[in-house]
Design a protein around this ligand. Structure first.
Ligand SMILES: Nc1nc2c(ncn2[C@@H]2O[C@H](COP(=O)(O)OP(=O)(O)OP(=O)(O)O)[C@@H](O)[C@H]2O)c(=O)[nH]1
Length: 365
């Protein structure tokens, strides 16, 4: 890991939610830095009082640092992201009121900051919160203007302040309404994204998993086999087995289709419990299953099938009145470079022999 990456990890952590919150915080800081730069120019040009400007710069800097700490500590504090955003917005508004009071003839430009703060809120707040915050901005700026014209009517003529306030209130209200609309749009997009993710997950499940047995379905198994054909290392054995439940038609006829379905489910669970991690069992069709045993010698594969047969024989299926289930299997070792389709075809012939010679047995192709 490079030094820069380590530093970013140290400062921003690894949690994506935390990183997103810090990204907004950093965007606010860029704005603070730009404002501080312009405030220093104002002081340089004699348009603002240096002591008051320094006070505001220190207040803004400490506040920004405090918010960084607050966001980093939020894993323990568990504040909602919108609570933090409201606190940050209120703090920024106080800075804007202060900047207005000390910016002399440039003060009207500071009102833009109040509007920008409300625009920022559309990314983090609900419409109602944005409206309340706009009301706070109007009230706060109104109080600042009233205080200034009451204490220094020469520099802050009451009529000018009143008109400026009118313009600001109009701008803030319309921005708040637009931000509210944007917040609604954002919520709708978020909901649609969540629904889309869920729908994609359902489609992925439907495309890969057999609904009845929860095993891999035939379509997905074909993909697994293609991937296995590409992966297989030279010299490593791979076995493939076709399994077919014996007398399944009788089960359906004598106990009903629902019990037949239960047999398929129980068989799948029992068979899967006998497998290693890398083995794949798929429902190939009706009551037929295909088992892929990568890197397994025929002797090992036979042992797996025998263990599976014992488990299947031991299982008690509800509604089957104690009747035991067995299966027949055709087992084939895939030859080097042989397409799986050919190995499956040999396994199928071996399965036919297993059925012909009395069922409940494993025949090697
Ligand atoms: N309950 C249930 N039955 C199914 C399903 N899919 C296929 N079947 C039934 O499985 C039965 C398969 O019958 P056969 O192919 O004659 O096989 P079998 O009775 O097991 O005979 P052998 O394989 O020769 O031992 C048919 O009756 C199908 O209707 C399913 O999803 N649920």
């Amino acid at each position: 890991m490079t030094l820069l990456r380590r530093l970013i990890r140290l400062l921003c952590g690894t949690d994506p939610v935390l990183r997103r919150m810090l990204k907004y915080w950093a965007a606010t800081c860029v704005l603070y830095v730009a404002c501080i730069g312009m405030l220093l120019v104002q002081v340089e040009l004699g348009l603002s009082n240096p002591a008051a400007a320094n006070g505001l710069i220190a207040f803004g800097g400490c506040g920004a640092f405090a918010f960084y700490l607050l966001i980093r500590a939020n894993a323990r504090l568990k504040l909602e992201p919108d609570q933090l955003a409201v606190a940050q917005a209120v703090f920024s508004l106080v800075c804007a009121f202060w900047a207005y009071a000390i910016s002399g003839p440039l003060r009207a430009a500071m009102l833009i900051m109040a509007v920008v703060i409300i625009v920022f809120c559309m990314f983090a707040l609900r419409p109602r919160q944005t409206l309340v915050l706009s009301a706070v901005a109007i009230a706060g700026m109104g109080a600042t203007m009233w205080w200034l014209q009451a204490h220094d009517p020469v520099r802050f003529p009451p009529a000018t302040e009143a008109l400026t306030f009118g313009y600001l209130a109009g701008a803030l209200l319309s921005t708040a309404l637009l931000s509210g609309e944007m917040s609604k749009l954002r919520s709708r997009l978020k909901r649609q994204k969540r629904e889309l993710t869920e729908a994609l997950e359902t489609i992925r499940l439907l495309a890969t998993v057999d609904e009845l047995t929860s095993l891999v379905n035939r379509r997905h198994m074909n993909e697994v086999l293609k991937a296995e054909e590409r992966r297989q290392a030279a010299g490593a054995d791979t076995c493939i087995a076709l399994l077919d439940i014996d007398f399944f038609k009788q089960v359906n006829d004598q106990h009903g289709h629902a019990v037949g379905d239960s047999v398929l489910r129980c068989f799948a669970a029992a068979a899967r419990a006998s497998l290693r991690e890398g083995d794949v069992l798929a429902r190939w069709g009706g009551e037929e299953f295909l088992l892929l045993l990568p890197d397994a010698a025929p002797g090992d594969a036979r042992a797996v099938l025998e263990r599976m047969a014992e488990r299947v024989h031991a299982m008690l299926v509800p509604g089957l009145d104690g009747r035991r289930i067995s299966f027949s299997a055709g087992l084939a070792t895939r030859r080097a470079g042989e397409p799986f389709a050919d190995a499956i075809s040999r396994a199928d012939k071996a399965l036919y022999q297993a059925k012909e010679s009395g069922r409940a047995r494993i025949v090697l192709a």
